[in-house]
Design a binder for this molecule. Sequence first.
Ligand code: SF4
Length: 326
Amino acid sequence: MHPFTYAKAADMREALNAGWRGGRYVAGGTTLVDLMRETVERPDVLVDISSLPLREVVVTGRGGLRIGALVRMAEAAAHPKVRVLYPVISEALELSASAQLRNMATIGGNIMQRTRCTYFRDVTAACNKREPGSGCAALHGYNRSHAILGTSDHCVATHPSDVAVAFAALEATVHVLGPDGERRIAFADFLLRPGSTPNREQALRKGELITAVEIPAHARPLKSGYLKVRDRQSYEFALTSAAVALHVSGGVIREAKVAAGGVGTVPWKLPAVERHLIGERPSDRLWAEAAEHAADGARPLTHNGFKPELLKRTVERQLRTVGGTK
Ligand code: SF4
């Protein structure tokens, strides 16, 4: 492991000062410390922010939620307001990782976690994300688990988070604090597609710290849920997943929020699916027709040609589960 110094921030100001000087923030440490052991990450300074007062879940307005960045995954999943208002968030968290990891890892760390691409974690392999300009071993290597949407010639890695898929579907906002004060970043703009700079993964500026993720108050209550398809039923990342939230009244779909995981370089919002649903009456036929749009624009690789069809079926099934059938 690369030698590093460790400092625990007593308050927000200390944390921001240390972050501005180049320190890396750490809280649960469940991703960063692993990567440091493998020398994929080599920070000189770690700034422990686990004591900062960012552990609240607050209801904002009618049906909005603000989840502090240091709320543990397990705490968020079990929180009564999260379970009642947005089961899609609870389910996505509960289907992530082991109970031990969920007890340690935080919401902020979860959305900052790095890809599970095996070449990224193998320091002998070419990887533009780890070593800009070195190439991408996955492009012509074994790429069964890789992305089919949002890829570039420089990187085809998926974003691994489940709860980020729920945040994308619900059009969350990320609150950050930095040397220039507070900022709010739409979730759709927070995680970056690889383009020609896959080493740049988030829209954070130097020294900025995530303070919370906010789910906006929706005018109509949403019924929601998360489906994750994977090679085995536990401790595995998604091959495909679907976060769905719907409001149906008078027999008509008034709101539709849909996003997919396991297929995109970032959590993949599905506006074409949403548009197909709004104003229509729930039916098996509607779910199937809407899901046909889930893989629009997909570019499968050598070993993941099954993903577009699997994605459509995942979305269709979760639409039926959440929306019911008439
Ligand atoms: Fe690296 Fe991305 Fe290629 Fe994986 S897919 S080897 S993370 S550049």
